[in-house]
Ligand binder design. Sequence first.
Ligand code: CA
Length: 223
Amino acid sequence: MRVLVVEDEVELAKQVGRALEEAGYTVDISHDGEDGEFLGSTEPYDAVVLDLGLPKVDGLTVLDRWRKEGHSMPVLILTARESWSEKVSGFDKGADDYVTKPFNMEELLARLRALIRRSAGRATSIMDCGPVQLDTRSGKVSLDGMPVTLTANELKVLSYLMHHLDRVVSRTELTEHIYDQDFDRDSNTIEVFIGRLRKKLGPDVIQTHRGRGYSLSSPRDIV
Ligand code: CA
């Protein structure tokens, strides 16, 4: 899952970025509204953390432009104070949730997890696919109830497929959602991660669709 953080306070942006990375997200950071708007409309993010008071273009305008262009990724806004009018305008412009500064990092992470989960149509933080279970809070994976150890990138691939169950996801799409903008992307590495996931989770959990990509499918025998 890849998250964009648009926040002009450099130290705060760094802290949020670090917390998100530790939680297993891929993170891009932008320090002004112009750059943030550009990234949000050209890169495929799974969620955005958007400050409202930003240089060049303010956060509400950025959000408004994204929504008018049809970008529907979940957006969590950061408001500087308990200002109800800012929150109302934020929701009216298409924000999905907000936190008020100063905020608790755990709360920000919990809200973001919930947003990403809901946009994937999942109601709970534990996701199942047959014998595989992913706890999105802890990032822990189990197979038939037994813990499985995954590397950060393997977890990112599995998590993305879990959030898009029963849909074929191309290698390019996976690449775009697990690497940040500065990474020298090579979609061949995806194949390597899929191979390792199959070794750890069993050969049938991830399906290959020739020339199209991969999918995780909910088991057909359980109706
Ligand atoms: Ca600000």
